[in-house]
Unconditional design. Sequence first.
Length: 268
Amino acid sequence: MMSRAGVGFLIGLLWIAGPIEAEELTGRQVLDQVAERHEAPYEFEAQTMTLVDKKGNQEVRAVRRHARRGEDGQFKYLFVFDSPPGVKGVALLTWQHADADDDQWLYLPAQGDQLKRIAKGSKKNYFMGTDFTFEDLVSEPRDKFAFTRLADEALDGAGCFVVDVAPADPGLIKESGYQKRTVWVRQDIFFIVRTDYLDKQGKLVKRQTAGELVNAAGPTWRATTARMENFSNGHATHIRVEKRLLEESAAPEEHFQQRFLQSGQHLR
């Protein structure tokens, strides 16, 4: 979700290949640049996740996130909760497909080695009490979306492209919980710093913001913090990245297999 790639942690000059000036970029070209610059083939993050309800009560969780791009260009993701005890060992495995629906499986320790497949119609549901839905947690096939560039804006003193992103594929339109998302992309580094989520009635229901940006490697940037605010219930999810690795050894292929979860190898 996030763009969906990595809970919105997708993130310099304005030049791209060819003589296209920034003011001539289409919405699709802006988001293509986001992906080209910031989609790392391998990634690991250790995160502290804090859930805050409308009364200010907090629950702090430790989370691991792994991502790996396959030879077909599609991504696999693994999220694992390490604490507190009530969610320890819960894991979500996602396989992205170019020409088919993504596969998602939920591992719950109480169910032994059984994995629960997330049905297509359930991907708009919220994941483990957070403010992220299952669809927020995967990258999106850009060919199945329509992009409309709006007027540029300044956000926190930085110039931003503003782009509406709406499902164009009939299946996605039916399955998604959103009418569209509006993203703010920093013009200097092509990094998404804010995403507004609008429901099927066009009402703003959530907002994700990225903070403490760091240059991870070359043109690739990352956010150290992310905040997802849910305006429908006053709840919020805060994420702080404690450790990040962009190395193949940090996201080995065996971590993205069902048997890795079923055998309990993901547990700490």
